[in-house]
Ligand binder design. Structure first.
Ligand SMILES: [Zn+2]
Length: 262
C-alpha cells in the first residue's frame, strides 16, 4: 500500500508523462506540416500512404503504433518509427520536467521549452531548417517566462537572447573569413537567441558549449566512418537542442561540478 503523498507523486508523474505523449503527437503534426507550409490545426491526420483519415483510436501516442505493428490499418503502409520516437521523447521530457520542478511555473516552462526544442530538432534533422515561426515563438515565450521562472530574470533573459544571437553571428563571420563558407544558417542564430531567452546568459553559454562538443564528437565519428567530409552540413539545431536540454535539466549540477574542480 502506498501512502497518500507517494500516491499523489506517482499520479502527478504519470499525468505529466501522458500529457507529454499527447503533446508529442501534436509535435509530429507540426514537424510534418510546418516545413510544407500546411496548417497545423486542420485537417485531421491522414496516412501518407493511402491518404485515408486516421481514426482517433489509431492516433493514440506510441500505443497505436505498437498495436498496429507499425502499419496503417487501411493500406498496410509502414509508419515511420519517428512518430512513436518523438511521442516517447516528449513524454520523457515532460516526466523529467515534472521530476525536476514539480507543478510549478518552472516545471511548465521547462516542459514547454523542451517540447519546442524537440520539434526544432526533428525539423532540422529532416529538412535542415529551423522555421521562423518556431524560433520566434521560442524567443517570445522565453522572454515572457523569464518573469516567472526561478533560474533567470527578465534582464538575464534579454541578455541571453542578445548574446546568443551575437555569439553565433560572430562564429558565422569568423568561419566565413577563414573558409569562405557559411557554417550555419540564420535559423541557428534565432534559435540560440530563443534558448538564451529561456535559460538566461549562463544557460545559453553552457548550451553553446555542449552543442559544439556534441557536434564535434558526432562530426568526428562520421568522418572516421568516411561519411563526412569538410564542407558537409550538419543540422546544428539538433545539437543546440541537445545542449539546451542538458543545460536546462543538468546545468546547475554541471556548473557545481566544474566549480568544485577549481
Ligand atoms: Zn494507409
Amino acid at each position: 500500500m502506498v501512502g497518500e503523498a507517494p500516491a499523489m507523486a506517482i499520479f502527478g508523474a504519470t499525468y505529466a508523462a501522458v500529457v507529454g505523449l499527447c503533446v508529442g503527437s501534436f509535435l509530429n503534426v507540426v514537424a510534418h506540416r510546418l516545413p510544407r507550409g500546411e496548417s497545423v490545426v486542420r485537417p485531421r491526420s491522414r496516412c501518407p500512404g493511402c491518404g485515408g483519415r486516421i481514426a482517433g483510436r489509431d492516433n493514440l501516442p506510441v500505443l497505436s503504433f505498437v498495436l498496429l505493428g507499425g502499419r496503417c490499418r487501411m493500406c498496410g503502409a509502414r509508419i515511420s518509427w519517428r512518430y512513436p520516437a518523438v511521442e516517447g521523447a516528449s513524454g520523457l521530457l515532460w516526466l523529467i520536467a515534472w521530476l525536476a520542478f514539480g507543478p510549478t511555473v518552472d516545471g511548465l516552462a521547462a516542459a514547454v521549452f523542451s517540447s519546442l526544442l524537440l520539434v526544432l530538432a526533428v525539423i532540422d534533422a529532416a529538412h535542415f531548417l529551423l522555421p521562423d515561426r518556431l524560433t520566434y515563438l521560442t524567443l517570445g515565450l522565453g522572454l515572457t517566462a523569464s518573469f516567472g521562472v526561478s533560474w533567470t530574470t527578465p534582464l538575464g533573459s534579454a541578455l541571453g537572447a542578445a548574446a546568443g544571437a551575437a555569439a553565433l553571428l560572430l562564429l558565422i563571420g569568423v568561419w566565413y573569413l577563414l573558409r569562405r563558407v557559411r557554417a550555419m544558417g540564420l535559423g541557428d542564430v534565432k534559435m540560440l537567441a530563443g534558448v538564451g531567452a529561456f535559460l538566461g546568459l549562463y544557460g545559453m553559454l553552457l548550451t553553446l558549449f555542449v552543442a559544439c562538443l556534441f557536434g564535434a564528437i558526432f562530426g568526428l565519428l562520421l568522418m572516421v566512418r568516411g561519411r563526412l567530409s569538410w564542407g558537409s552540413r550538419l543540422p546544428f539545431g539538433v545539437f543546440l537542442s541537445l545542449g539546451a536540454v542538458v543545460s536546462l535539466f543538468f546545468g546547475p549540477l554541471l556548473i557545481a561540478a566544474y566549480a568544485s574542480l577549481l
